[in-house]
Design a protein around this ligand. Structure first.
Ligand code: NAD
Length: 359
């Protein structure tokens, strides 16, 4: 018995934080049958690709996955496995809650917001034209012929693709999420004053969809103003919905408001599949050192329990994690108070398991 869940440990700190999370999920009293599958640079030799079909098949079959971060080479090499997975499974909504927990050092108190990021379009669609290639030249000619302006001959081009259907779908998701989780307001983010045909389309769709939800407030912000307002008065925000790139940047910013990436969970959600992974990456410099904070991954596990309908276990696990944070004795370097001694990844898991046992 138990839930069939795909487990992708990832690389860098991934295996350590997923291992710690698996431990606390099981200690929360829910049974799982884990299908452990590998993706990333390490499997290229054997599979010829960093994202083998077997990984996609497992997630499609189980419909739920817990995923550690996977390294993406910068500038060259293979494209992001994380982005490819979201696109292949059409996990169009990235849900990233940011909440202040007592005991976690942060610049603010009483923040409880959620960033919902569109996951499949925008500059992340991966439609790029390398500088100097015949394709890039063709596009440059097309822009000139269409009277859209001169692009320098040596330019590399990445397309910002935003569709009306994709925008409606993510904004509707944000409103449905707000309803399901008792939230009051949705704020849409764009740069529609400058990018009229892409962000303008997103904002128009957002305003139209908002008209269907009279029980939830709606407003919108330009992304530059939004960064300033988030730093000045983050407590005013509730659910934030954004196209892919702004959502990516704002969710790291919001993680910083509540204590950092070590406490920022996330989920990538489609119509019938959900992959739970923290906002942070593989932090290669801490790989294998028992230093990384597993709490972002554990809180992603809490989100997974809620998704599975295991509300009681989710509440219990979140309380146990919050308890360990509040005591501050068994926390990693990134959220400890000045002068304290940092706990290791495994020690944090141990402390959460003890809290669960005592609850
Ligand atoms: P990162 O999130 O790995 O690290 C940013 C900073 O936060 C570093 O100082 C790191 O040490 C720290 N940090 C991150 N997670 C932490 C944790 N759990 N506990 C304590 N400290 C933590 O971002 P990066 O350095 O920009 O990226 C590293 C690699 O991760 C890159 O290859 C990137 O492409 C990849 N990445 C993967 C994902 C994903 O798998 N979804 C997401 C983001 C980045």
């Amino acid at each position: 018995m138990g839930y069939n869940v795909t487990l992708i440990p990832g690389d860098g700190i991934g295996p350590e934080v997923t291992g710690a999370t698996r431990r606390v999920l099981e200690a929360a009293g829910v049974a799982f049958r884990w299908d452990v599958v590998a993706a990333g640079a390490d499997v290229i030799g054997k599979s010829g690709t960093p994202l083998p079909d077997s990984v996609l098949q497992s997630v499609r079959k189980n419909k739920v996955a817990l995923k550690g971060p996977i390294t993406t080479p910068v500038g060259s090499g293979f494209r992001s496995v994380n982005v490819a997975l979201r696109q292949a499974l059409d996990l169009y909504a990235c849900v990233r809650p940011c909440k202040t927990y007592p005991g976690v050092p942060s610049l603010y108190k009483n923040i409880d917001l959620v960033v919902i990021r569109e996951n499949t379009e925008d500059l992340y669609a991966g439609i790029e034209f390398e500088s100097g290639t015949p394709e890039a030249r063709k596009l440059i000619e097309l822009a000139a012929e269409a009277g859209r302006g001169a692009i320098r001959e040596d330019a590399g081009i990445s397309l910002k693709v935003i569709s009306e259907s994709g925008s409606r779908r993510i904004v509707r998701f944000a409103f449905e999420y707000a309803r399901a989780y008792g939230r009051k307001r949705v704020t849409a983010i764009s740069k529609a004053n400058i990018l009229k045909f892409s962000d303008g389309l997103f904002l128009k769709a957002a305003r139209e969809v908002a008209g269907e939800y009279h029980d939830i407030e709606f407003d919108d912000r330009l992304v530059d103003n939004m960064t300033m307002q988030l730093v000045k008065n983050p407590q005013q925000f509730d659910v934030i919905v954004a196209p892919n790139l702004y959502g990516d940047i704002l969710s790291d910013l919001c993680a910083g408001l509540v204590g950092g990436l070590g406490v920022a969970p996330g989920a990538n959600v489609g119509d019938d599949i959900a992959v739970f992974e923290p906002t942070h990456g593989s932090a290669p410099k801490y790989a294998g050192q028992n230093k990384a904070n597993p709490m972002a991954m554990m809180l992603s596990g809490v989100m997974m329990l809620r998704h599975l309908g295991e509300e009681m276990a989710a509440d219990k696990l979140e309380r146990a994690i919050a308890g360990v944070m509040a005591e501050g004795r068994s926390v990693t370097y990134d959220i400890m108070l000045d002068g304290a001694i940092a706990a290791g990844t495994a020690q944090v898991a141990e402390a959460v398991v003890e809290k669960l046992a005592a609850s």
